[in-house]
Ligand binder design. Structure first.
Ligand SMILES: C[S@@+](CC[C@H](N)C(=O)[O-])C[C@H]1O[C@@H](n2cnc3c(N)ncnc32)[C@H](O)[C@@H]1O
Length: 195
């Protein structure tokens, strides 16, 4: 069920039903997180974006889904988005080519989340923003979700908010996080000094 890329086989199979089954991403929270960017967001990459529900909730001119499961990328295209099959740890995009990277409910499924954060930082333009939304494994609900996913057979690896904040800072981004019960958002802004 889990391969070197992460938990992709199940998502590949579930792609057609995913929009009915999965909880909708919090669009207000994503919009608020994106307001930390230090540039206009005209090109956004939704990594591990699945059917594109995160990207679809945002009024950004160019929205691209990158997902390792071809079924999910296909469904994102049916939903009207541009989508590529790609590993988050090795994004097929040029350095400094996007204004924002979104990772919603996906980082814990990636085979190599550390390299995924580095890859996201690489493709960001100066002033651009990485937004990661995930479940806090130190909360009660987070522990239950983690246990349930492992029982199901996923290889999920969840980060506590401050650990993920450090990872984002190690990738060279200015990191902040906000906890909301069992969920949290980490944002990492790329400095304009590198321009
Ligand atoms: C729980 S879904 C979340 C989808 C979407 N972000 C949402 O909120 O609806 C996790 C997604 O991560 C994708 N995924 C897993 N490993 C990946 C990897 N290494 N690179 C890119 N996507 C990956 C899966 O295929 C799946 O679509």
């Amino acid at each position: 069920m889990t391969d070197a890329l992460g938990d992709t086989a199940t998502f590949d199979r579930a792609a057609r039903f995913y929009d009915w089954l999965a909880p909708t991403p919090d669009a207000d929270e994503l919009r608020e997180a994106l307001s930390f960017a230090d540039r206009e967001i005209e090109r956004l990459l939704d990594v591990g974006g699945g059917t594109g529900r995160g990207a679809s909730a945002l009024g950004v001119r160019e929205r691209i889904v990158a997902d390792a499961a071809e079924g999910m990328a296909r469904q994102a295209r049916r939903n009207g988005l541009e989508a590529v099959r790609a590993d988050a740890a090795n994004l097929p995009f040029a350095d400094e080519s996007v204004d924002a990277v979104l990772v919603v409910d996906a980082l814990h499924h990636f085979g190599d989340p550390e390299r995924a954060v580095e890859s996201a930082a690489r493709v960001l333009r100066p002033g651009g923003l990485l937004v990661i939304r995930d479940i806090d494994p130190t909360s009660l609900v987070g522990r239950l979700v983690e246990g349930g996913e492992h029982l199901y057979g996923f290889d999920s690896r969840f980060f506590a908010p401050d650990d993920l904040g450090r990872l984002v800072a190690d990738a060279g981004l200015d990191a902040k996080f906000r906890s909301q019960g069992f969920e949290y958002t980490v944002v990492g802004r790329k400095s304009k000094a590198s321009q």
